[in-house]
Design a protein around this ligand. Structure first.
Ligand code: MN
Length: 249
C-alpha cells in the first residue's frame, strides 16, 4: 500500500510524524505537506503565484502552499499514485461546522475528489504533545478504516476523543453535529498605532444532537463521518423548485 500523507499544521508537526510512523507499519509513506502552519485554510488553492517543493528528508516534501496544493501537486505532478490520502493528525477537533474551515479535512476531500480514498484524522485536544499518547491506537484504526474508505471511495472524517480521558469506547458512524464558537474578535493597536484584529472564539457550545459527531466525542467514541464534495442542499432544491415553478423571466 502507498500512502500520501499531508496535514494543515506543517511538515514538522508532531501529528504528521505520528501518522507517518503508524502508516509505515502498513505500507510505503510519502509526505507532501505545507512548510508552515496552514490551519483554517479550508480548500484554498494557489493560482496566482508559483509554488515551491523542497525535499526535507527522503520521501518528505515541504510545499509553500495550502494542504489542497500539496495533494494536487502530489497527484498531478509528482505522480505518486497513492492508494490512500491520510491527513493529520490534527491537534484539535474537526467536528460539525469545523469541516468547512479545516485544511486537514480539505486535503482529504481533495484526495477523494480525485477518486483516492482518504481519511482526515483529528484529535479533540489542542495539546499537540498528547498526540504521541494516541499513536498506539493509529495502526489499528487505519487497519479498520482503510477498507471502509476503499469500498466507499469516500472521504472519512475521523475524530478521536482526548486521549487523556481514558480508553476509547469504540468507533461510531456519526453525522456532522452543530458546534458554535464564541464570536469574539480582539481589536488592539499595533506598535505603530494601527488597529489589528484577531479572530478568537475559544469557548464552544455543542447542542445535544443524537447520532452527531459532537455527541459521539462527548461520550468517548471515535467518530467517523463520510464526507462528499457535493454541497448541494437537497432539501432546499425541492423548496426552490416549488417556489420557482411556473415563474417566467
Ligand atoms: Mn491544524
Amino acid at each position: 500500500m502507498r500512502f500520501l500523507l499531508t496535514n494543515d499544521d506543517g511538515v514538522h508537526a508532531p501529528g504528521l510524524a505520528s501518522l507517518a510512523r503508524a502508516a509505515s507499519q502498513l505500507g510505503e509513506v510519502f509526505v507532501v505537506a505545507p512548510d508552515t502552519e496552514r490551519s483554517g485554510s479550508s480548500h484554498a488553492i494557489t493560482l496566482f503565484r508559483p509554488l515551491r517543493l523542497r525535499e526535507v528528508q527522503p520521501g518528505w516534501h515541504a510545499c509553500d502552499g495550502t494542504p489542497t496544493d500539496c495533494v494536487y501537486l502530489a497527484l498531478h505532478h509528482m505522480d505518486l499514485k497513492p492508494d490512500f490520502v491520510l491527513s493529520g493528525v490534527n491537534p484539535g477537533p474537526n467536528l460539525a461546522h469545523d469541516v468547512l474551515y479545516s485544511g486537514t479535512v480539505a486535503a482529504a476531500l481533495e484526495g477523494a475528489h480525485w477518486q483516492v480514498p482518504s481519511l482526515a484524522i483529528s484529535h479533540c485536544s489542542s495539546k499537540e504533545e498528547e498526540i504521541a499518547l494516541l499513536e498506539p491506537y493509529l495502526p489499528g484504526l487505519l487497519r479498520k478504516l482503510l477498507p471502509v474508505a476503499q469500498s466507499t471511495r469516500a472521504c472519512l472524517n475521523v475524530n478521536l476523543p482526548p486521549v487523556r480521558e481514558g480508553p476509547y469506547k469504540g468507533i461510531q458512524v456519526a453525522h456532522l453535529g452543530h458546534r458554535y464558537y464564541s464570536n469574539e474578535v480582539i481589536a488592539r493597536n499595533d506598535p505603530r498605532g494601527r488597529m489589528y484584529y484577531w479572530i478568537g472564539g475559544a469557548k464552544v457550545t455543542m447542542p445535544d444532537m443524537e447520532g452527531s459527531d459532537c455527541n459521539g466525542i462527548r461520550d468517548g467514541y471515535v467518530t467517523v463521518t463520510p464526507l462528499g464534495d457535493d454541497l448541494t442542499h437537497q432539501g432546499k432544491m425541492r423548496d426552490m423548485a416549488t417556489i420557482l415553478r411556473g415563474s417566467a423571466l
